[in-house]
Design a protein around this ligand. Structure first.
Ligand SMILES: [Zn+2]
Ligand SMILES: [Zn+2]
Ligand SMILES: [Zn+2]
Length: 269
């Protein structure tokens, strides 16, 4: 499985538009960016649809016309930019039929998209609840509950294809015990974990994101319970510009066993 990281930053991205903090200034200077988090799996499954989607596709030369399924974690605008989803019509520019796209999401996101969909849209929306397993093209996906917003069932995704398994877990606090026990019961052994590490070295906690201490604890638990082993790769995404005072500090603080994702990173598993 190939995972292309189109975006790896929190809601503001790094650099944040008007910010002069060291992390943002260094990102501008070194051109190492963390736009709003998004990944593309095997060229056909997108996870999340941030406002940077169109521009990232232009910059990278990645052709998103083969995408036939989109998983959306929750309704925050850095993950669900409805205005661009509204532009997806059933007919191509030359009048030929457009590839249908299936969007998988929670009730809130489905309602948001449905409300504003043009009549001749090529999107079909599928509502899912936590612990449901479904097919998305060649992938088998299980929705798991994030800990992120009290008034919305935000989802993280367990993705399986041809014996490879990835857990994409952003916009969540530390994973609920029930998730860990269900993964253990199902005998899941991850090839990769892509985890929210929003707050990095900062002490700030709101329960809806993780910091590096929690990332470290999660890796230990996964290894202890056999959800991961020595072949599992661990990545941090959704990094925030308050995660460290500068890029050297951030780099030094990455928890043992993890790699910090940046835009353009390609994971082959
Ligand atoms: Zn977010
Ligand atoms: Zn900043
Ligand atoms: Zn969010």
């Amino acid at each position: 499985m190939q995972v292309i990281v189109l975006g790896s930053g929190a809601g503001e991205g790094i650099p944040a538009i008007f910010c002069e903090c060291r992390l943002c200034a260094e990102a501008r200077q070194n051109k190492i960016f963390h736009t709003r988090s998004q990944v593309l799996l095997d060229g056909e499954l997108l996870i999340d649809f941030p406002p940077d989607t169109r521009y990232r596709a232009l910059c990278t030369g990645i052709d998103l016309s083969k995408v036939n399924n989109i998983l959306i974690t929750h309704s925050h605008s850095d993950h669900c930019y409805v205005a661009d989803l509204q532009m997806q019509y059933a007919r191509r520019g030359d009048g030929e039929p457009q590839t249908p796209i299936h969007v998988h999401a929670n009730r809130t996101v489905c309602a948001l998209i449905d409300d504003r969909q043009p009549r001749d849209s090529n999107l079909t929306v599928h509502m899912h609840k936590a612990y449901e397993t479904f097919s998305a093209g060649a992938f088998t996906v299980t929705a798991l509950p994030a800990t992120h917003m009290p008034n919305e069932e935000c989802l993280i995704w367990l993705i399986e294809k041809q014996g490879k398994t990835v857990l994409y877990a952003t916009d969540t606090g530390y994973l609920q015990e029930e998730i860990l026990s269900r993964l253990t019961e199902r005998g899941i052994r991850l090839d990769a974990l892509i985890a929210d590490g929003t707050y990095g070295t900062s002490d700030f906690r709101d329960g809806g994101h993780m910091n590096f201490g929690e990332n470290e604890k999660l890796r230990e638990q996964f290894l202890l319970r056999g959800i991961a082993d020595t072949n599992t790769r661990f990545f941090i995404t959704h990094i925030f510009h308050g995660a460290a005072r500068d890029s050297a500090t951030l780099k030094k603080a990455i928890p043992t066993g993890y790699e910090l994702l940046c835009d353009g990173y390609v994971i082959e598993i």
